[in-house]
Design a protein around this ligand. Structure first.
Ligand code: 5GP
Length: 235
């Protein structure tokens, strides 16, 4: 049985870089390339980052039951094709899904033993700075992403693991340790000393252990919310 790993994060939290690094380091882990109706950004290529399709094509795939999950994110459809899981299983590989919180809850219901990981930025200011420095989005889109991030992070407690992406190298190692620890745990084999260490790192990222670390981050997001309410600002 393949292990399904779900990774979710507000955009700008550095998730794509982390996932790309992880895939370079871990063997037998496939990335599920999603379908989307949003246009390609920057240097994105069809069939590499996403399958870019029209709304008609996407809706035909929904009707044909081809999606394991799908959701409307920022006004565009995004979906995970069932065939990716079938193909990973046939190869004896695990599968990594980079999907939003709506898609993640659908997968958690459909595949209860999927491993879910939520990546958080260190605080609101860092997220805002990262979104602006990417230079990919218009001001209106940045504000919408920040607003969505504020709502999305409140879902962190539905996930098995929480990763605070402060230093890329450290976060990549933690992500790798979570993936390997789950493989080890399910294989039931006795861990070596190094493996036991990895399992301990992964354990420290489990939701029940991470709650305290998450509080100041949530507080930095909530402060922004109250500022907006006081000033009556609308986005
Ligand atoms: P972006 O447009 O920045 O690449 O992605 C926007 C959001 O859509 C991200 O949170 C990303 O994780 C999510 N996303 C990407 N692919 C899928 C998918 O197949 N299903 C769902 N539900 N969300 C997805």
């Amino acid at each position: 049985m393949s292990i399904v790993y779900i990774v979710s994060a507000p955009s700008g939290s550095g998730k794509s870089t982390l996932v790309a690094e992880l895939l370079k380091m871990v063997r037998n882990l496939d990335f599920s390339i999603s379908y989307t109706t949003r246009p390609p950004r920057g240097r994105e290529q069809n069939r590499k980052e996403y399958f870019f399709v029209s709304r008609d094509e996407f809706e035909a795939m929904i009707a044909a039951g081809e999606f394991l999950e799908h959701a409307d994110v920022f006004g565009n459809y995004y979906g995970t094709a069932r065939r990716f899981l079938r193909e990973a299983e046939a190869r004896g590989h695990d599968l990594l899904l980079d999907i939003d919180v709506q898609g993640a809850s659908q997968i958690m219901q459909a595949i209860p033993d999927a491993v879910s990981i939520f990546i958080l930025p260190p605080d609101w200011e860092t997220l805002e700075r990262r979104l602006r420095s990417r230079g990919l989005d218009s001001e209106a889109v940045i504000r919408r992403r920040l607003d969505t991030a504020r709502r999305e992070i409140e879902n962190y407690s539905k996930y098995d693991y929480i990763l605070v992406n402060n230093l890329l190298e450290q976060s990549t190692d933690e992500l790798k340790d979570i993936v390997l620890a789950e493989r080890l745990r399910r294989s039931g084999t006795e861990p070596s000393v190094e493996e036991a260490q990895r399992m301990a790192t992964a354990q420290a990222c489990r939701l029940d252990r991470a709650r305290e670390r998450v509080q100041p981050i949530l507080a930095s997001f909530r402060r922004k919310e109250s500022v907006k309410e006081v000033s009556g600002e609308r986005v």
